[in-house]
Design a protein around this ligand. Sequence first.
Ligand code: URA
Ligand code: SF4
Length: 179
Amino acid sequence: MPDLAELPHCEACALSRSRTRVVIGSGPRAPGLMVVGEAPGRQEDEGGEPFVGRSGQLLVRLISEELGLARDQYFITNVVKCRPPQNRTPRVTEVAACRPWLEAQLAYLAPDRILAVGNVAAAAVFGFTQGIGRTHGRVGHCGGVAGVATYHPAAALRGGPNVVGVMRADLQVLRSLEG
Ligand code: URA
Ligand code: SF4
């Protein structure tokens, strides 16, 4: 497993050439929850913090309202730690190159539960390949840790209150898992 101290300098895939910063993630060790998104966007690439843009604000609010957790009470990161150019979807090869870092974080942090947001995270974390429209709300496992997949908040920003309602229901499934 790679040494997490090396993550800020990783050049294991081509995204290292276009990024400003590696967005490692933030939050406590041994959290009740680890949230895994897709990849950093522009604001995250510049600031080094995950989920600080509009999507992030929505996600943080829903987790607060449904799970009663403030942002500093869970760990939040992405499948791919460097921003893809023009926010394109990360390639399968990039997800594979970055996966050892996610595994190292899981082993180091030892969260109780995982929330995977969006198609890319649901596939990379839980192996759900059918698309989030079918797999949201489903319970999966990663490295022995149980969790749930839900829509990416960017889909909710595009899709409106219906998607937000589905995300709330998915968070209730997460909440119902024995912790
Ligand atoms: N979208 C993501 O998936 N992750 C971020 O950090 C920001 C936006
Ligand atoms: Fe390394 Fe992941 Fe960044 Fe690629 S995306 S350079 S594998 S940290």
